[in-house]
Design a protein around this ligand. Structure first.
Ligand SMILES: Cc1ncc(COP(=O)(O)O)c(C=O)c1O
Length: 387
């Protein structure tokens, strides 16, 4: 047996809790409301496009920063939707999901020791992303139920060493959609301290209340913003691994180099299929919003009725809840109980908070990107908590 150990860097973070919950859900045959992937079919039109491009033998490497078709489709979409001009040749990069977009961006802009502000609670990848890229994560702690960004909070985290701030709106896990005034406040600090905004907008089309505003569209921000999004959530194809980055040319140059040597490129026929879907999906986006609103309304009300203290999401497809009235005060223990005894898998809230945050063990997160019948079955099981 070799004595070689994992690297010091790999030892500095744990395996994904969310994906571990999926493993446990399978082991205990629990309904999986942990990991954010749909249990229903992807849109037929998108599947037909994928078949078409595989049949037409789009089997070889695409251009490393994305097929011409998808970059041009994205450029047109960002102009139409957000009035943002991105040059498809120099400012758009396609990666293997927004997960790779984020790590390529971090490796493309951060130097060892640079501070990167992470808004907390946070999507669990951002912590390891900071470690992998040798950044120093600085947590901007928001508190429920409003998770409001204030000048006071920004004053505490911005300084001369700050290189970037990671924003995620609509937000996983809280469902918050950051308001224009909050984004303007962040923008003011980014301009004052010459900081890059890295914004994960993967849930841009899943908004129930308020409006999704890309921070890049605010005054003076386009030149200092890296916008990340992708098809995983919008088209219910988390396994296709197609995400994209829109950023000014000087920033894109570094990101593209990192992306090229990390993965070469995202799947070529799927990029072609997504390009076609992105070009013609205006009607689809509003249907998607209604589809998830129906699930959100049903699931949020049913959880509240059972006794969970839920934060009503304004976007994305998660519900964060407090659970102290069920006789538990620790999210990990409660999650284990839910999986093993109740038959519903969720994510313990601690995976969205840094150590030492007083909110760390108080929440669990449900995801509701599921068939109505899956959600109804989960509610039936969760009612056992009251018996
Ligand atoms: C905020 C956020 N960003 C990124 C991702 C991953 O996206 P992708 O499948 O494009 O890598 C997720 C998945 O749950 C997410 O919630």
């Amino acid at each position: 047996m070799t004595k070689v150990k994992p690297s010091i860097k790999a030892d500095r973070f744990e395996e994904s809790v969310i994906r571990e919950m999926t493993r446990l859900a399978n082991q205990y045959k629990a309904i999986n409301l942990a990991q954010g992937f749909p249990d229903f079919s992807a849109p037929d039109f998108l599947k037909e496009y994928a078949k078409e491009f595989i049949d037409r033998d789009y089997n070889q490497y695409a251009i490393t920063w994305g097929t011409r078709t998808i970059r041009h489709a994205l450029s047109k979409k960002y102009k139409e939707f957000y009035n943002l001009d991105y040059d498809p040749e120099k400012e758009i990069t396609v990666c293997c999901g927004s997960t790779e977009c984020m790590i390529s961006t971090m490796l493309g802009i951060v130097n060892p020791g640079d501070e990167v502000i992470v808004i907390e609670p946070f999507y669990e990848n951002y912590g390891p992303d900071a470690i992998i890229s040798d950044a120093k994560p600085v947590y901007l702690q928001l508190t429920g139920p409003d998770f409001l960004i204030t000048r006071e909070k920004l004053d505490k985290v911005f300084n001369k060493k700050t290189k970037a701030i990671i924003i995620n709106s609509p937000h996983n896990p809280t469902g918050k959609v950051f308001s224009e005034s909050e984004l303007n406040l962040i923008a003011d600090y980014c301009k004052k301290y010459d900081v890059i905004a890295i914004t994960d907008e993967i849930y841009e089309h899943i908004v129930y209340k308020g409006k999704h505003i890309p921070i890049a569209s605010l005054d003076g921000m386009k030149d200092r913003t890296v916008t990340i999004s992708g098809v995983s959530k919008t088209f219910s194809v988390t396994g296709w691994r197609v995400g994209y980055i829109l950023a000014p040319e000087n920033i894109t140059k570094g990101i593209r180099k990192i992306h090229d040597f990390l993965t070469v490129g995202a799947p070529a026929p799927l990029q072609e299929a997504c390009a076609k879907a992105i070009s013609e999906s205006n009607e689809y986006y509003s249907k998607l919003k209604n589809f998830y609103k129906e699930r959100k309304d049903f699931f949020y009300n049913a959880l509240k009725h059972i006794g969970f203290k839920c934060i009503e999401p304004h976007g994305a497809y998660y519900i964060m809840c407090k659970f102290d009235n069920f006789g538990f005060d620790d999210d990990i223990k409660f999650t284990e109980y839910l999986i093993k005894e109740i038959g519903v898998a969720v994510v313990p809230g601690s995976s969205f908070f840094s150590d030492g945050n007083p909110e760390k063990s108080k929440y669990i997160r449900f995801c509701f990107c599921k068939k109505m019948e899956t959600l109804e079955n989960a509610i039936r099981r969760l009612r056992k908590l009251n018996s």
